[in-house]
Design a protein around this ligand. Structure first.
Ligand SMILES: Nc1ncnc2c1ncn2[C@@H]1O[C@H](COP(=O)(O)OP(=O)(O)O)[C@@H](O)[C@H]1O
Ligand SMILES: CC(C)(COP(=O)(O)O)[C@@H](O)C(=O)NCCC(=O)O
Length: 307
């Protein structure tokens, strides 16, 4: 069966033509924010791909607000501010968190009076100590390595309109969850949730995380390219670890670089790639939008779910 039959496919040029560059001029501050987020992000990509995407998300958000109002009127309730949730899924190192931050900058540009927050599901991983206790440290990132119940409770609290909701956080530097530094989320209008497991179906729960999403995006690319990005990020982690003994990668940064990279390559091949093939890629067709990346993270195709 054609795996794309449920999607409309657009090449770069066509996608850009729906929302030409001069429709919204990015300010110098926006450009500075984007460059400080990641100076390798292509501004052309921002204009050709991400601005039309954010415009479509804005249209979906307007519909959502309208529906919230109609529903409250019909049920004779007051209109509560319930956050609009955008989920971003895809492989380890495909660029989810970079896109989440980029989308927040662009949403702030288009909707300056709305509060936009973002978070990652990495914080819902069990701690390394707990993974070790369960004998699954080498399964980090696989479905069983997350506290899905906690994550579902979190999503439920956000969608239940709770004023303040706390999310656990994760640090790539210490390679572990950070116990005492929760992210405090206070009544956002829009919450962007990124993570490899955002579109997964938990085996032992009736409710899915994606039940709480109002819009979802899957970031797709050839695994051979993602491996390169994974290794590039590993190189950057090594560089920052060099002077910091508390960093997980410190010992690797002190030894021969080729051995450190050989280790990272093994981890990609034995952990992250199988996870992509078995558990992440099969969730791709649940997304409203699929962004297909090619060399240098450039998006060459956008898929939009029909309906
Ligand atoms: N659009 C982009 N242009 C250039 N580099 C990027 C882009 N998006 C991500 N990267 C780089 O790719 C690597 C993985 O990105 P990251 O956002 O950390 O991925 P994820 O959150 O999916 O694990 C990082 O080194 C990041 O700097
Ligand atoms: C914490 C993660 C599961 C999440 O990945 P992310 O999407 O943030 O890159 C991943 O970075 C990870 O640690 N995977 C386990 C194997 C490895 O060390 O790459």
């Amino acid at each position: 069966m054609d795996q794309w039959m449920n999607y409309e496919q657009f090449d770069r040029q066509t996608w850009h033509s729906f929302f030409p560059t001069d429709t919204v001029r990015l300010t110098q501050d926006n450009l500075d924010d984007i460059k400080s987020l990641n100076d390798r992000i292509s501004i052309e990509d921002v204009q050709d791909i991400y601005l039309p995407l954010i415009k479509m998300i804005q249209l979906k958000y307007q519909n959502y607000q309208e529906w919230q109002m109609q529903k409250a009127n019909f049920l004779q309730q007051k209109v509560d501010r319930i956050p609009y949730i955008i989920g971003i899924a895809g492989s380890v190192a495909v660029g989810k968190s970079t896109i989440a931050r980029l989308l927040s900058i662009l949403l702030n540009r288009l909707l300056p009076d709305k509060r936009v927050e973002q978070m990652t599901t990495d914080g819902f991983l069990y701690s390394n100590a707990e993974l070790k206790r369960q004998g699954i440290l080498d399964r980090k990132g696989f479905p069983e390595s997350y506290d899905m119940e906690k994550m579902l409770r979190f999503m439920n609290d956000v969608k239940g309109g709770q004023d303040v909701v706390k999310a656990p956080t994760y640090s790539h530097q210490i390679y572990d969850v950070v116990p005492d530094k929760p992210l405090v989320i206070k009544q956002p209008d829009i919450l962007i949730v990124e993570g490899i497991n955002t579109l997964q179906l938990p085996s032992n729960q009736q409710i899915y995380v994606s039940d709480y999403f109002d819009c979802s995006i899957y970031v797709d690319a050839d695994p051979a390219l993602i491996e390169q990005w994974y290794l590039q990020r590993f190189g950057m982690l090594l560089d920052t670890a060099f002077t910091d003994p508390s960093n997980y990668y410190y010992s690797y940064s002190q030894g021969p670089r080729d051995e450190a990279f050989a280790m990272a390559k093994r981890v990609w091949q034995q952990v992250d790639l199988p996870n992509l093939n078995e558990y992440i890629l099969p969730t791709r067709n649940r997304a409203n939008f699929i962004l297909h990346k090619t060399n240098n993270h450039i998006v060459d195709r956008v898929y939009l779910k029909r309906g």
